[in-house]
Every structure is written in C-alpha cells, then in structure tokens.
Design a protein around this ligand. Sequence first.
Ligand SMILES: Nc1ncnc2c1ncn2[C@@H]1O[C@H](COP(=O)(O)OP(=O)(O)OP(=O)(O)O)[C@@H](O)[C@H]1O
Ligand SMILES: [Mg+2]
Length: 263
Amino acid sequence: MTSTSRLQARGLTRRFGATTALAGVDVDLADGELLAVMGPSGSGKSTLLHVLAGILPADAGTVTLEGRDVGGLDEKQRSLLRRRSYGFVFQFGQLLDELPAVENVALPAMLQGTSRKDAVAIAAQWLEALGLAGKEQRRPGELSGGEAQRVAVARALITGPAVVFADEPTGALDQQTGHEVMDVLTRTTRAAGASLVLVTHDEQVAAWCDRRIDMRDGRVVAGPPPTPAPPVAAPPAARFETGAPVDEADVATVAEPAEQMTR
Ligand SMILES: Nc1ncnc2c1ncn2[C@@H]1O[C@H](COP(=O)(O)OP(=O)(O)OP(=O)(O)O)[C@@H](O)[C@H]1O
Ligand SMILES: [Mg+2]
C-alpha cells in the first residue's frame, strides 16, 4: 500500500448466487479524501460499500485499513472494527425510533465505553453544531427528513471514525434539503479528518466530493459515464455561504473530544 492510502481494496469479488455483484474492484481512499461512487442501479455500489466497510465479506480480494488487512476478519472482529473505526449514514433506518435524537447520537460513544453522561454531553454539542439545538429530545419520527439525516451525521462522526460510509444519504430528501445534508456531511467529515465513501446516483451530490469513480456490472470503469453529465451550476460550497448550520471551527472543537475516545 502507499503511505497515503487510508483504505485500500484490491481485486474484490463478490457473487450472490448466479449474480456477480463485484467482478474485481480496486479502490484507494486517501487520508481525508471524499470519494463518490456512482453508477446505475445494480452495478454493485452498495455491495462495494458493504465489503469495504466490513459489513459483508468478499469472496476474494483484500481490504486494508491504514495498512492492516481487515478483509479476513471474522464476524466478531469485523463488528468491532465497524464500531471503532467507521461511521455510517444510510438513506434511512440507522436511527432508533424509540430513542431521542441526543441518545441516538450518544449511543456509538457509549458502546465504546464512554459514560452515558459524557456521551450525552458530547452528543448535545454535536447536535448544536449541526443546527439542531433544542431538538435533542425529539424522536426520529418527530424530525424532518433533513433533520433526521443531520442526527445520523452526528451519530456517524461522534466516535471520530477513520472512514465514514454513506449510501444514498440524500436519496429520500428533496434537492435543497439533500444539499444541506451534503454540506453538513462533507464539512463535518473534513473537520474531523475522516475519509468518506459516498454512494450516490446524483451528479450534483457527487460534486461535493473530491473524486468519483463509476461502476458498471461490478467493475470500476474509467472516465466519465457514457451520457454527458448535466453541468453543475456552481461549486456546492458557494451556494451555502449563508445560512449554513455548521461553523467549521465549532465542528473542530466538538470533534476533538470525540477523537480522543477512539483510536
Ligand atoms: N443480498 C443479495 N442477494 C442477492 N443478490 C444481491 C444481494 N445484494 C445485491 N445483489 C445483487 O447484486 C447486484 C449489485 O447490487 P448492489 O445493491 O450492489 O447495486 P447498487 O449499485 O447499489 O444498486 P442501487 O443503485 O439500485 O442501489 C445486483 O444485481 C443485485 O441484485
Ligand atoms: Mg445500492
């Protein structure tokens, strides 16, 4: 591996019965890099994310995190790895409906051994930094879709993960709300020094990342997709100069205690 690769995959294959979901995939994710994974439905994006994140074992190939082979871990070790080193933001379903927002965010920290009191205090700081002050006690069902995704972002980042994995995090949101969530997700990820693997169908969502790869039939294909992408009007950051819920300095401040809890 190169010294700058945080996460590296080589020759990943994965079949489901007769279906080849991954047909030999290489990925390099640099420290702090934000990578978009694009491609049509069924091309293997989610399978790749799941294999990279240790949710699903590959049939063949290697995955290394910071130089350590994590592809061959057993289920218990993979579960520990996910908890310690990774954060997850999915389209929906990652929040526990019966818990208030602040406890949803605090939970991963508590699972790592942080006391309930400290974890809740840190979680409240995260919610405040993400523009959700006053909504700490709301349950996910009492939040808007965009607010719930911001809670999910805080939940993914609270443990100071090495890599955040996001699968269609804006897929259930309208465009404006989706962009607000991408703004929060990418800024907090950068401020925390994490890398990001983001699966999306949406060119404009991918534009928030540093780099993109395209998948077809279980392979990474070079270059732009066959259909020209619609022009992206302006760099996303420029559209959110005002009204952005996150101040990068604030996030850096709250990211610090979270980082101490982990690696
Ligand atoms: N658990 C599974 N069992 C059987 N087949 C699966 C399973 N998961 C994925 N597949 C198949 O593997 C292929 C790749 O699926 P994957 O979910 O990775 O695609 P995707 O690119 O994420 O698609 P989408 O954009 O629709 O989410 C598809 O043909 C899919 O039907
Ligand atoms: Mg998918």
